[in-house]
Design a protein around this ligand. Structure first.
Ligand SMILES: Cc1cc2nc3c(=O)[nH]c(=O)nc-3n(C[C@H](O)[C@H](O)[C@H](O)COP(=O)(O)O)c2cc1C
Length: 217
């Protein structure tokens, strides 16, 4: 099978220097608000790329749970494959593909763990069933079969209750990706897409200083 004849031209929006913010966080916020206004499904879902100890890249979807100038938060099992990758190499990239708006955003930076209190705070706001799943799932490990997983789930769900809620386990919690680089991509007609990038100015003492440039599509 090939997809040579499946193609779409992108004509919905433009991204030009006159309209962008000097600050990539504001620019991201503006585009994220467009996703909300246009009712995109799960615009906070992002592909997270990490690299393992053998320099092999891995990518998977996670949910962005918070975004501010301090960074992007996501939550996961620290003992998972991605957790192992981040232990040996804390450089990562995330990617949002907002197809309905013909937009893509790439954000690159260093990742650090959130402190336990922040993880507990988020964990306590998750639905009970999600809390139980996080506790019993040895994420990324080989398991015998689905039945074993459901057995562990039932055991834990019976042990805890709304009067006896679980705490966030120490193997589960949040990470924060602190952006050093953003690229905003807007699909345009005839494959002449817009790409505007922001690179953090590492020489600048002011943390909010960014070099802005246009990339060829
Ligand atoms: C829409 C969507 C959202 C997801 N959100 C998360 C998430 O927030 N945290 C997480 O650990 N896994 C999430 N997953 C599952 C991951 O993609 C992945 O299967 C899991 O984290 C194990 O990845 P790893 O083995 O590379 O560590 C999500 C998957 C999808 C499709």
């Amino acid at each position: 099978m090939d997809t040579y004849n499946l193609r779409q031209d992108y004509t919905k929006n433009i991204l030009i220097e006159e309209h962008i913010s000097d600050n990539p966080f504001t620019q991201f916020n503006n585009w994220f608000q467009d996703c909300i206004d246009n009712k995109l499904p799960e615009p906070y879902a992002m592909s997270l790329a990490t690299v393992d100890k053998n320099n092999c890249p891995h990518v998977r979807t996670v949910l962005m749970r918070n975004f501010s100038e301090r960074g992007l938060h996501f939550f996961t099992n620290y003992a998972s494959a991605k957790g192992q990758d981040l232990l040996v190499n804390n450089k990562a990239e995330v990617l949002f593909f907002w197809q309905a708006l013909e937009r893509q955003v790439r954000i690159n930076g260093l990742v650090h763990k959130l402190d336990y209190a922040q993880s507990q705070d988020y964990f306590s706001q998750r639905p009970f069933a999600s809390q139980i799943s996080a506790i019993i799932s040895p994420q990324s490990r080989i398991i015998e079969n689905r039945h074993e997983l459901e057995k562990e789930y039932s055991k834990a769900a019976n042990h805890y209750s709304t009067d006896n809620l679980p705490n966030c386990p120490d193997f589960w919690g949040g990470y924060c990706l602190v952006p050093d680089y953003f690229e905003f991509w807007q699909g345009r007609a005839s494959r002449l897409h817009d790409r505007i990038a922001y690179q953090r100015d590492s020489k600048s003492k002011q943390i909010e200083n960014w070099n802005v440039f246009r990339l060829a599509p």
